[in-house]
Design a protein around this ligand. Structure first.
Ligand code: GDP
Length: 529
């Protein structure tokens, strides 16, 4: 297979959903189709449940599972599929945002009964802002749920999407009979048997065919005809260009648990979903078909064994071919590195590979060289964009609880922040450290890991912060900016990149500051240039 064919056949995507909508179940069924696993239940659920908060061994165990399921790759109909895992738990939303910088498209899973839930809203918003192509899967049709049209409305209104149904359910819950596949013009009937085998589908290019009554009964046949007619009038026809631009989202219905509608989803997906996309760097747009290798780190995972403190850095290859033992430029450090054992991911295993292509993910063993966002190239100085930090939700001072272990504490904090567990801010005035997180759970994870991996102890102290705002001075030399720095000095801090951050205590403070210092801009993300 040629270099270009290898790249064209790759489909790298993430599945996003609110916890419990069925992401794990769907992932597992997709893997079954790829022949990557033999039986259901092989994919571990890597959800970090709320109940795990006080159970650290549980957190550790789950961290282990999440390494294994970080990337799931398999071949289906000659396409190389890479599924990137995205934690659904809201305390790990940052992790998911970063993973979304490495996908070329997304499947959104929605529970037919619960409809659009908060975590789905947040994640879809990020995808929408980046114009990532999205496909929607409405799950659990075997259960009583919302009316399909109401649900489509809800998806449009709450998620700000433009949808077009590619399949449509016949009945629901107890009366669920199956799905009409608008895309392939086929009828798929649901039966108990379909749980264990791939269902037969019946070709129905014309739904006015009286055979339809025989298949699903007169009442359901008439309803389906009316509904399909309505769909044609209300929703735009599917257009791949619009989908790829992020302007139109095709919707599929099914039941992941019953393996129903999943094959149809996968078949449509491999046909319409994009191969590896070009990516913006600060310097230029990099095309996946360029022969020179470029890539960036979007995730770092610490080793589970505290005695071996090496880490696994996950690199998305943006262009070219990544080769084992080839020298690559680590752009931020300006030095060349070689990797003798790059890991590729296959189903739930990882193995050492000689070559990986644009679109693939490689896992590189790292002893502290990498941090999230780092770029690797064959020599060109490039910095990929799009891994911003967002304002954390929680803020606490961190204190050293063991004066003999100050060095270990700072090293530990430094490395945990490079992994993206949380954000560290240093108050300008007194050098105190503030840890900002998305969820309260991370504070316990940090404390636990500092102790077990670095031998350091910390305590926290509350700090009243509403939002961290990244400061941009449109005129850094003027008196106004100097006054801002003077007046607000108690609340100014540097993030790990050395960017200036204003730790505001309320929305009111933000508004007052903006009106008092018009040349100062406040941003809720670190990447605003
Ligand atoms: P995740 O949190 O999004 O990964 O959700 P899971 O895949 O773990 O599913 C959550 C629960 O919903 C589990 O108990 C699944 O068995 C169940 N589930 C998933 N898909 C379906 C479905 O199609 N029908 C029904 N009835 N239950 C489902």
């Amino acid at each position: 297979m040629s270099f270009l064919e290898e790249i064209q056949r790759r489909r790298t995507f993430g599945i996003i959903s609110h916890p419990d909508a069925g992401k794990t179940t769907l992932t597992e069924k997709l893997l079954l189709f790829g022949g990557a696993i033999q039986e259901a239940g092989a994919v571990k659920n890597n959800k970090i449940k709320k109940t795990a908060t006080s159970d650290f061994m549980e957190i550790e165990r789950q961290r282990g599972i999440s390494v294994a399921t970080s990337v799931l790759a398999f071949i289906y109909k000659d396409k190389k599929i890479n599924i990137l895992d995205t934690p659904g738990h809201k305390d790990f939303a940052e992790d998911t945002f970063r993973t979304l910088t490495a996908v070329d498209s997304v499947i959104v899973v929605i529970d037919v009964a619960k409809g659009v839930e908060p975590q789905t809203e947040k994640l879809v918003e990020v995808c929408r802002m980046r114009s990532i192509p999205m496909l929607v899967f409405i799950n659990k049709l075997d259960r009583e749920g919302k009316d399909a049209f109401d649900l489509l409305d809800e998806v449009e209104q709450k998620l700000g999407l433009h949808v077009t149904p590619m399949s449509f359910p016949i009945g629901m819950g107890y009366d669920f009979q199956g799905i009409y596949n608008i895309w392939e013009k086929k009828l798929n009937l649901f039966s108990e048997k379909s749980k264990t085998s791939i269902t037969e589908s019946i070709e129905f290019t014309d739904v006015s065919n009286p055979e339809l009554e025989k298949a699903i009964g007169e009442k359901a046949a008439n309803t389906l005809r009316e509904e399909l007619h309505l769909i044609e009038e209300v929703y735009p026809p599917f257009s791949r260009e619009e989908y790829l631009r992020g302007d139109l989202q095709p919707v599929f219905f099914g039941s992941a648990l019953n393996n129903f509608g999943v094959k149809e989803l996968l078949d449509a997906f491999i046909e319409i979903a994009p191969s590896p996309q070009p990516k913006k760097s600060e310097e230029r747009l990099v095309d996946s078909k360029e022969e020179k290798m470029t890539g960036f780190v979007f995730k770092i995972h610490a080793n589970m064994d505290p005695k071996h403190r090496d880490r696994l850095a996950f690199v998305k290859i943006v262009s070219g071919v990544f080769k084992r033992n080839s020298p690559y430029l680590h752009v931020r450090h300006g030095k060349n590195l070689k990797f003798s054992s790059p890991n590729a991911f296959f189903a739930e295993k990882k193995e050492i590979v000689e070559e990986s292509y644009a679109g693939d993910i490689v896992g590189l063993h790292d002893t502290g060289n990498f941090k999230i966002g780092d770029t690797l190239t064959e020599g060109e100085v490039l910095n990929f964009k799009g891994i911003p930090s967002f304002s954390p939700e929680h803020f606490r001072y961190v204190n050293n609880a063991d004066p003999m272990k100050a060095k270990q504490l700072f090293k530990g904090l430094d490395q945990l922040m490079d992994e993206g567990v949380a954000q560290l801010f240093t108050i300008e005035m007194n050098g105190r450290k503030v840890v900002g997180t998305v969820g309260a759970l991370q504070y316990e994870v940090i404390q636990y890991r500092l102790e077990h991996e670095y031998g350091a102890k910390c305590t926290y102290e509350p700090l009243q912060v509403h939002k961290a705002c990244w400061v941009e001075a449109t005129n850094p030399k003027n008196e106004e900016y100097k006054e801002f720095l003077r007046v607000k000095q108690r609340y100014l801090a540097k993030d790990k990149q050395g960017q200036l951050v204003f730790l505001t205590d309320s929305e009111f403070t933000i508004q007052m500051t903006l009106s008092k210092y018009p040349t100062v801009k406040l941003h809720f993300t670190s990447e605003f240039k």
